[in-house]
Design a protein around this ligand. Structure first.
Ligand SMILES: Cc1cc2nc3c(=O)[nH]c(=O)nc-3n(C[C@H](O)[C@H](O)[C@H](O)COP(=O)(O)O)c2cc1C
Length: 204
């Protein structure tokens, strides 16, 4: 399958799909660096730029996948899920992470966030940081798509932040938000229907 080349920004936005099956072609570190250089221009509250990206080596990725699989098994076990099902889910997660040619972890840094004695204001400060991490990730996904790269957002690291910090030796004030898988698509991502326009847009 040839690389899809979108011809306009609007087309890029419309054709980006989450990709979960990749060709084995490597993704060059220069290309990843190039994407992340542009991502830094995403907007953030009082320009805090709270996103941090950890580009994973083969061994970093292995450590992360192992830590997340153990954490998932622990959670499933606590929920009374049978062993066979635990093995299936952890195996699928590990395989998916291992089969992407490149992966990076995006975390939220608490460094630079405003501190308030008011709990409500602190919670909102945090919420804005989370919003801007989402914006940075969407920027990354569109830039990647422009270069023919597929991406997938995996929420798993959020579920076991301590395990992730330990596996990747991250600072204590970094909060794992997403694992991003990157690679040239093996198949186009499945098109998932959108809600009707009138359901998500209203006039008042
Ligand atoms: C915050 C967030 C978390 C997500 N977590 C996962 C995930 O853990 N695993 C996964 O396969 N896809 C995940 N996705 C991708 C969504 O499933 C996908 O964006 C959605 O189904 C729409 O499909 P599309 O991206 O192909 O348009 C996540 C997306 C977002 C924005």
């Amino acid at each position: 399958m040839g690389r899809m080349v979108a011809t306009s920004f609007r087309e890029l936005v419309l054709t980006r799909r989450s990709v979960r099956m990749f060709r084995q072609d490597p993704v060059s570190p220069d290309l990843i660096g190039d994407l992340l250089t542009a991502v830094q221009w995403a907007p953030s509250p009082h320009n805090t730029q709270p996103w941090r990206f950890t580009i994973l080596s083969e061994s970093g990725r292995h450590r992360l996948a192992t830590a997340m699989a153990l954490a998932l098994a622990r959670d499933l076990e606590a929920g009374g899920v049978p062993g066979r099902e635990i093995a299936r889910q952890t195996g699928r997660s590990r395989l998916r992470i291992a089969s992407a040619p490149a992966a990076l972890l995006c975390s939220l840094s608490g460094d630079g966030l405003r501190e308030y004695s008011d709990e409500r204001l602190s919670a909102l400060e945090w919420q804005m940081a989370v919003q801007s991490v989402g914006g940075a990730l969407q920027t990354l996904f569109l830039l990647a798509h422009e270069r023919g790269l597929g991406t997938c957002w995996m929420a798993a690291p959020m579920y076991c932040p301590d395990d992730v910090r330990l596996a990747l030796d991250l600072p204590a004030d970094e909060h794992p938000q997403a694992l991003v898988l990157l690679g040239f698509p093996d198949q186009p991502g499945k098109v998932r229907a959108r809600r009707p326009f009138d359901e998500v847009v209203r006039h008042r």
